[in-house]
Write a protein that binds this ligand. Sequence first.
Ligand code: HEM
Length: 393
Amino acid sequence: MSLHSPEFAADPHAAYDDMRRRHGPLVPVEIAVDVPATLVIGYREALNILSDPAHFPADPRAWQATVPEHCPVLPMMEWGPTESKAMGEDHSRHRAAYTASLDKVDLYALRHAVEAIAVPLINSFCETGSVDLLGEYAVPLTVRVLNDLLGFSPEAGQEAFAALVALRDASDAASTEHSEQRFTAAISDVVAAKRVAPGADVISWLIGHSARFDDAEIVAQTAMLYSTGTEPTWNLIVNALLLMVTNDQFHDELLGGALSIRDAIDEVLFTDPPLANFCSRFPRQPQIIGGSWLPVHQPVVISLAACNNDPAVGGDRTGNRSHLAWGAGPRSCPAQSIAMVIVQEALDQLLDALPDIELAVPADQLEWRPGAFHRAPTAVPVNFPPAPPLTFV
Ligand code: HEM
């Protein structure tokens, strides 16, 4: 089964159902051409793996040495380019610092900051009657909010984001290296400025943390926060919106007040989490789980999407947030509350301003980005009755 095919991207749930029938909880897959992995689609097996870092570490180095240099999954899975090299084996020391720094974010102020970014974006298209909500709303909103939260100036944020995009699009070693250097340089400039003049932002809090990290470590942590935090957040915004505008029952219950935007977000975190297949682990020795052998060093990728929909743990999901969309165990996402505030406020503002959004193409003609990891539409074209600009108070 190939996770990199357009067919898989077009209908992953049909593929998961087929895998479950044919293989059970552990499935041999290809995550790129000739790159084998095991996909875990059983919820209990996934929890066992994610909570056992001694047998299932997240360190990809032994595997990485075996794959071709330009393998397209490397940017999502490799050791480095910046974070892991500088952070070394010392995950818990670094995690303590970025968790403490993220916990300092005032969620009330964040909500207001998201609104301040959402309103001008909405005003830039609300009178036109149509827009691509991914490219013109979810992406710029997420990037600007993350820039502010981390402590980037608008210019530095723009440079870092451009470098990150170039890094994802890089097709050879030279352009990868160039984009990595550009990304690191943009972040290094901000870290140097924050050393001199700290502010109320995550980079300044990391600098001030009692662990006394050096600049390379702060740059590495920031790079990880930036690259991990952006894409799933904008995808969750559009995937929740898609549920609300394409599922008639959901739409009616939302209008009738029986369901809320938060319910839509939770539903998507269960059914179509933005990181659909993620949390790669690399067995130190051959392991047996659920009656199957997991080869040494070969990636074990957790299908957060398929595990959430595992019939073995199914049932009524109302008010139940026991999905794996944030991962589980010692590496689970430390920014869940932050991500939820961004996504919820982005959708609240949008739907307050434009309650009658409709998809501009039939839902089954939406294109999904191929690739093993993200559940990501390539664009979300919508129409709506034009509305006057909002005022921000
Ligand atoms: C909807 C948005 C998001 C989703 C679905 C999400 C999901 C996840 C998942 C599944 C993991 C586990 C990775 C693993 O086990 O290997 C993770 C880790 C992480 N996330 Fe998030 N995330 C989101 C937003 C964010 C944001 C906004 C930030 C930062 C501001 C962030 C920072 C991190 C970091 C630093 C880690 C690594 C934690 C560690 O290894 O200690 N995430 N995230």
